[in-house]
Design a protein around this ligand. Structure first.
Ligand code: NI
Length: 165
């Protein structure tokens, strides 16, 4: 297992659209285990392969952030069950130290493959619903800052640049 480098906003590679995984094989399982290690090392609760510059539709998650609830979503798709939006304070490992309130549909059904390539379906509310929508956005090359005003986004870019210097 190894810790991968996490791309940081505004890296253009975060804008690439990830491709469908045709076979859940050992290469994918290796990627998954490296992604878990990378996510835990960075103290995150979710990570999309896009963020480690692998443009495949793979997401890992551990909503407790302590290794107790590891979850894998390969080729994840959602359908909105309740379009009523709820606001959550979102952060992102690719946008360090920035937290913003983002509104998303409150209830979705998730369809995905697990790391054995077995399909499953699950109803999601609260943090799971927010997190899967955030991660699927990554696979589409989208970031939570895209939901903010251009002015706010500009301010965030400046702040990140300053933090890097
Ligand atoms: Ni993120």
């Amino acid at each position: 297992m190894s810790i991968m480098q996490i791309l940081k906003y505004p890296d253009p590679r975060l804008r690439l659209k990830a491709s469908h995984v045709n076979h859940v094989d050992n290469d994918i399982r290796c990627l998954v285990s490296d992604m878990f290690e990378t996510m835990w090392d960075a103290k995150g609760i979710g990570l999309a392969a896009t963020q480690v510059d692998v443009h495949k539709r793979v997401v890992v998650m551990d909503l407790n952030g302590d290794g107790s609830s590891p979850r894998v979503f390969i080729n994840p798709e959602i359908e909105v069950l309740d379009a009523t939006c709820v606001a959550y304070e979102e952060g992102c490992l690719s946008i360090p130290d920035i937290v913003e309130s983002i509104e998303r549909p409150s209830r979705v059904v998730i369809r995905a493959l697990d790391e054995d390539g077995i399909s499953f379906q699950e109803d999601a509310t609260d943090l799971l619903a927010v997190c899967i929508q955030h991660e699927i956005d990554h696979l589409e090359g989208k970031l939570f800052v895209d939901y903010l005003s251009a002015m706010k986004r500009q301010r965030i870019r400046k702040k990140l640049k300053k933090n890097r210097e």
